[in-house]
Design a protein around this ligand. Structure first.
Ligand SMILES: [Zn+2]
Ligand SMILES: [Zn+2]
Length: 534
C-alpha cells in the first residue's frame, strides 16, 4: 500500500503535463502544434501530421521561437558577405530603371499593408513620390500607378542645421568592393553598425534617468513612434551617398533606457567619418498638426455628432477642424510637429565573412528576437519601474498616426473619425506597454540581402535534413491536406498532441544521430524515421 502523502509532498511532485511539455521543449518540439490530416492521393492512406505553430516569441512557444531565430541568423549570415550579385543583373542601363521600379513596388506593398493595419501611410506615400521621381529621372515614361491622387504639398525645405549630403547616381550593384592587401590577398569587408536615439537626459548605469523630472519623455515617445520612418530615411541616404543599392539586415530592440536602437549588418563599407556625415544629415520630419497643447483633457471631451459624422467642441458646439483642414492649416513658417533623428553616438566596425567577429555580430543581431520589445529589459528596481511607467504615460497620449483617437485631446478630428473614440484609449499597437512606442517589424531585411525569402531559407534547412537522413522528398502534389477541427472524430486534444510531438522528436533525434554516425564511418543499427516532427 502507498503510504499517505502530505499535501506539501504531493505539491512538490512534478505535474505530468508539465513533464511532457518540458520534454517537448528539451527535444525542440513545438508545444502548440497544429493538427492536419494528410491524405495520400495515390494510396488513399490517411495520416495525422502535427505542424509547428511557428511563433517567434519564446513566451508562446520556446522551440518555434528558437528555430525562427536560427533561421534569421542563417539569413543574416548568407547575405552579409556575398561575393556575387544575388540576382543576375546584366550590365544594362535598364537595370537602373528596374531597380527603382522594384523599390517602388516594395514601398507600395509596405504602404498598402500599413493602410490595412490602420497605420500612418504619409511617410511611405512620400517615399513613393520620391521613388516616382527617381523612376522618371532614370528615363521611364509615365507613372507606375496612374491616377494616383495629387500629393499634399508639404514643406520640403531642409532644416537649417542639417548638412546637405553629396548625392551620387545609384548603380544597381548590391555587393561591396574588394580591397587588396600588400601580400596580394583580397578582402571584401562588410559593416556592423549600431545606431541609437539621441539623449533625453542623463541616465545612470541601470538606464534610468538621473533626474526624472528633466528627462524628455515626450521626445523619447515621439522618436520611438517614428523610428521606422527614420530608418527608411537612413537607408535612402546611404544609397544616395554611397552610389549603390546598399543591402541590410537590421534588428530593432530597446536599450536599457527603453529607447529603440538598431543593429545593422550592411553589405559594403564606409568610413566612420562618412557614416557620421550620413547620420548627421538623416532626419524625418513629422508634418502633423500641433499636439503640444491639451485642449480637451478632462471630462470636456469632444462629442460625436451622428448626423454629420464628426466631433463637436462640447463648449461651443462647433465642429473641430478635420484632419485635412488641420494639415491645410500648417503654413510655410510652421515647424514640423517632430523631427526624428539618430543620436550622435554610434558604433561601426568592419567585419569579414566567416570570421569570429561575424558570428559574434550575428549573435547580437538575433539576440532578442524571441522576446517582446518590453521583455528585453525587465525593470527590477523601483526606479526602473517608474521609468517604464513614465514612458508609458507619455506614449498613452501621444498621437500614433493620423487616425489616432488622441487627436481629439488636441482639438483635431482624427483622419477617418468615427464614433466612440476616446483619447488615451487608442487601440494602436504603439501605445501598448510591450511595444515601448515601436510597433513595427523587429527584423528589417532588404530585398536583395540573400536573394532568398525566409521560406527559401526554411526549405534549405529541410533539404539539408532530408539529405542527412537519406530520405527522398515527397511530391507535394501527391497529398491532400486538411485542418482537423475539434468536432472531427480524429481530432487530438492538446495533451495527446504533445505526447505525439515528444515521440516524433525522439525518433528524429535518433535518426539524425544515426545518420551522423554513419557519415563519420561508424556503424550503428539502422533506425527508420517515419514520424514527422512538429
Ligand atoms: Zn510552436
Ligand atoms: Zn494611437
Amino acid at each position: 500500500m502507498t503510504p499517505r502523502q502530505t499535501r506539501t509532498r504531493r505539491l512538490a511532485m512534478p505535474l505530468a503535463r508539465d513533464v511532457v511539455r518540458d520534454l517537448a521543449v528539451t527535444n525542440g518540439g513545438c508545444i502548440r502544434p497544429v493538427q492536419l490530416r494528410r491524405t495520400d492521393l495515390d494510396t488513399g492512406q490517411v495520416e495525422q501530421v502535427l505542424v509547428p505553430c511557428g511563433h517567434t516569441l519564446a513566451t508562446v512557444c520556446p522551440s518555434c521561437a528558437k528555430r525562427a531565430k536560427a533561421l534569421r541568423a542563417a539569413q543574416c549570415r548568407e547575405g552579409w558577405h556575398l561575393e556575387t550579385e544575388p540576382v543576375i543583373v546584366p550590365d544594362d542601363p535598364d537595370d537602373v530603371q528596374l531597380m527603382w521600379v522594384e523599390h517602388r513596388a516594395e514601398t507600395q506593398q509596405h504602404r498598402d499593408q500599413a493602410e490595412a493595419a490602420g497605420q500612418d501611410t504619409s511617410e511611405l506615400d512620400e517615399l513613393a513620390g520620391e521613388l516616382d521621381e527617381e523612376i522618371t529621372r532614370s528615363g521611364v515614361r509615365g507613372n507606375v500607378l496612374p491616377g494616383r491622387p495629387e500629393r499634399r504639398h508639404r514643406s520640403t525645405r531642409r532644416r537649417q542645421d542639417t548638412p546637405d549630403l553629396p548625392r551620387r547616381a545609384v548603380a544597381p550593384r548590391t555587393i561591396g568592393k574588394t580591397y587588396t592587401a600588400p601580400d596580394g590577398r583580397t578582402f571584401r569587408p562588410s559593416m556592423f553598425i549600431t545606431l541609437t536615439c539621441d539623449s533625453y537626459g542623463k541616465v545612470t548605469a541601470d538606464g534610468t534617468p538621473a533626474h526624472p523630472d528633466a528627462y524628455d519623455y515626450q521626445r523619447a515617445a515621439r522618436d520611438a513612434l517614428h523610428f521606422a520612418a527614420l530608418f527608411d530615411r537612413l537607408v535612402q541616404n546611404l544609397r544616395r551617398f554611397l552610389g549603390y543599392d546598399v543591402q541590410y539586415f537590421a534588428a530593432i530592440e530597446p536599450q536599457k533606457r527603453l529607447a529603440p536602437h538598431i543593429h545593422l549588418a550592411m553589405r559594403g563599407t564606409l568610413s566612420r567619418t562618412e557614416l557620421r556625415q550620413v547620420i548627421a544629415a538623416t532626419y524625418h520630419q513629422v508634418w502633423w498638426p500641433p499636439a503640444d497643447k491639451v485642449k480637451h483633457g478632462g471630462g470636456d471631451l469632444p462629442v460625436w455628432h451622428e448626423a454629420s459624422g464628426g466631433y463637436l467642441d462640447p463648449a461651443t458646439g462647433e465642429f473641430l477642424p478635420t484632419w485635412d483642414d488641420s494639415l491645410d492649416a500648417i503654413g510655410p513658417d510652421d515647424e514640423p510637429l517632430h523631427v526624428a533623428r539618430f543620436g550622435p553616438k554610434f558604433d561601426a566596425q568592419g567585419v569579414l565573412g566567416d570570421s569570429k567577429d561575424s558570428a559574434r555580430c550575428i549573435g547580437y543581431l538575433t539576440k532578442y528576437l524571441t522576446k517582446n520589445v518590453a521583455d528585453c529589459h525587465q525593470a527590477t528596481t523601483s526606479a526602473g519601474q517608474d521609468h517604464a511607467e513614465r514612458l508609458a504615460d507619455a506614449l498613452r497620449y501621444e498621437p500614433c498616426s493620423p487616425t489616432c483617437a488622441n487627436w481629439l485631446r488636441y482639438g483635431v478630428q482624427p483622419k477617418n473619425a468615427r464614433e466612440g473614440l476616446r483619447p488615451g484609449r487608442c487601440t494602436g499597437k504603439a501605445h501598448r506597454r510591450e511595444y515601448l512606442g515601436y510597433a513595427g517589424r523587429r527584423v528589417l531585411v532588404s530585398r536583395k540581402w540573400s536573394g532568398k525569402t525566409l521560406a527559401d531559407h526554411r526549405a534549405d534547412r529541410k533539404a539539408w535534413l532530408l539529405e542527412t537522413l537519406g530520405i527522398a522528398d515527397t511530391d507535394p502534389a501527391r497529398f491532400m491536406w486538411e485542418p482537423v477541427t475539434p468536432g472531427d472524430p480524429d481530432h487530438m486534444p492538446p495533451a495527446q498532441r504533445l505526447l505525439h510531438v515528444v515521440a516524433d522528436r525522439q525518433k528524429w533525434h535518433a535518426a539524425l544521430t544515426n545518420a551522423r554516425a554513419r557519415a563519420s564511418g561508424q556503424s550503428t543499427p539502422h533506425l527508420s524515421a517515419t514520424g514527422r516532427a512538429a
